[in-house]
Design a protein around this ligand. Structure first.
Ligand code: FAD
Length: 483
């Protein structure tokens, strides 16, 4: 094995959480190493699917901004360079807390390399973290497999940002995960160009009852939603388009649609105002555990079978898609649900409902709890159910809930933090949305930098988070000031 110098902070996984953690740790003065299994950064957002309405939810339904920091900074950079759509805050969206801003994920993937260089983050790509170095329950670094062989890399603090919590689990941290029977279905997304948007908008104007607008059904009246469809001239106003029930039913009757999902797609902006359609629900494979490579393999095969069915449907049934063509099938399945690493606090459904505030706040969210796994309840009808329940699952009064630092500190191991969708929550308030992963990533990065500098453990830091909060605030994170 080759021995390498010790880093202050080692981050495993270069998805949205890992990139955010790396930048914030480096900005807080840590000698930081970000290790990623493949050659690109951005993780699920741009390796396995564009963000859809990803950069949503900067504002809660009261119109209060609750997400800032590195998340907002990346959006602003892309917007200024013409690679993001303006932030859409129509009244109907504000009421639902569903304002959003589309970005071009490929440009995000390019820009993030610039940000790594600007912030002096050390990168090690094409390297799979396979284990941790450990003395007792104290993590001392990681073990990596790459073209160089098996490499040990010492580090003062290790942050697991692998999405599925592989490294924290290896280190001995306890976790929870839905069973194979219950886990949410996973998806291979694909992107298409050449859509005749005018033709599609005309169909929506003339058939408004055929369309559904998931996020707004519980906060706006049916008539208000129909008004938007009836007057639609610009597809970007909708953002995500779902339903097409009559077309789907016609196809189902002829065996031209599979039964695993409803029909819909998201938008993806390209330079010069061009809009692509991104199909991120057209394949959905249930009963696949992300902790089992045989399951994952079966899922990849099944997703591609479903994509072929879905694509035939879009070409033959969907107005405007007649001359469309696939520009990218994402190279790997996007995992909807995986491990949640149990930390010193577990965020609950009640915390979300009550818009609970915590003394050790490191960020905020207002996304409802529990919408994620409805897809497994009734795949064809999931959007109806999700929309119906959304209000009951959202923070009362339209406010935001705090994310406490302790959800990043795994039990039973020292010198380790976790960030991204694996952080410590009940199943319902799973914090998997992109903005949430960047918020927890940024906080974990700063916390790790402080611990490395002061030679304390992340658990020690729980006793006094004032420095963490001060640095996060200085980095633009929003910790206070919302209902
Ligand atoms: C179909 C689908 C659609 C979605 N749509 C949206 C949406 O519209 N909006 C939204 O906000 N969210 C959406 N999400 C959720 C969101 O995309 C993910 O939850 C989020 O990207 C997870 O970020 P992360 O940083 O936690 O993990 P990931 O993005 O999974 O990043 C983990 C990184 O770690 C790397 N890695 C893994 N293991 C190792 C290892 N051992 N060694 C080194 N590197 C490793 C991986 O290659 C990857 O780059 C969607 C999810 C799915 C499944």
């Amino acid at each position: 094995m080759n021995a390498i110098k010790e880093y202050d902070v080692i981050i495993c996984g270069g998805g949205t959480s890992g990139c955010s953690a790396a930048i914030s740790a480096a900005r807080a003065g840590a000698n930081t190493l970000l290790i990623e299994r493949i050659g690109s950064l951005g993780g699920q957002m741009n390796i396995s699917g564009p963000p859809g309405f990803a950069y949503a939810h900067f504002f809660n339904p009261l119109g209060e901004q609750d997400i800032g920091g590195i998340m907002e900074e990346t959006y602003n950079r892309l917007y200024k360079s013409g690679h993001a759509l303006p932030h859409i805050k129509t009244p109907i969206r504000l009421k639902a807390g569903y304002t959003f801003s589309y970005i071009d994920p490929d440009w995000w993937g390019l820009m993030i390399f610039e940000m790594m260089t600007e912030n002096n983050v050390n990168l090690l790509l094409h390297s799979l973290v396979v284990d941790v170095l450990k003395e007792g329950n104290i993590v001392k670094g990681v073990v990596v497999e790459n073209a160089n062989g098996r490499v040990e890399i010492p580090g003062k603090i290790v942050i697991d940002c692998t999405g599925e919590g592989d490294i924290a689990a290896r280190a001995g941290a306890p976790f929870e995960m839905a069973s194979r029977e219950e886990i949410q279905p996973h998806t291979v997304s694909f992107t298409v160009d050449g859509v005749d948007w005018d033709k599609l908008c005309k169909y929506i104007r003339e058939n408004p009852e055929d369309i559904e607008w998931l996020a707004f059904s519980s906060t706006s009246s049916h008539e208000e939603v129909m008004e938007v469809f009836k007057n639609l001239t610009d597809i970007t106003e909708l953002g995500e388009v779902q339903g097409f029930f009559s077309l789907r039913d016609k196809a189902l009757a002829k065996g031209d649609w599979h039964k695993f999902s409803g029909v819909g797609f998201f938008l993806m902006p390209r330079e010069g105002g061009r809009i692509l359609a991104h199909l991120q629900h057209s394949s959905q494979v249930p009963n696949v555990l992300p902790t089992d490579a045989w399951d994952l393999t079966r899922g990849e095969i099944e997703c591609r079978r479903q994509i072929l069915i879905a694509w035939r449907f879009f070409k033959n049934y969907m107005p405007g898609f007649e001359n469309a063509y696939i520009t990218r099938v994402c190279p790997e399945m996007r995992i909807r649900e995986g491990r949640r690493i149990m930390g010193d606090y577990k965020l609950t459904t009640d915390d979300v409902r009550m818009a609970r505030k915590f003394d050790d706040v490191i960020g905020k969210s207002h996304f409802p709890s529990g919408g994620h796994h409805l897809a497994t309840v009734d795949t064809l009808g999931m959007h109806d159910k999700s929309a119906r329940d959304r209000k009951e699952r959202s923070p009362e009064g339209g406010g935001s809930y705090d994310l406490p630092y302790r959800i990043l500190v795994p039990q039973k191991v020292e010198n380790m933090l976790v960030a991204g969708k694996m952080v410590s929550t009940d199943r319902d308030p799973y914090l998997r949305f992109l903005q949430q992963t960047m918020v927890t990533g940024q906080a974990a990065g700063v916390a790790a930098a402080i611990c490395a500098t002061r030679n304390i453990t992340p658990r020690d830091l729980e006793k006094d988070v004032s420095e963490l909060q001060r640095i996060l605030t200085a980095q633009g994170a929003i910790l206070k000031g919302t209902h």
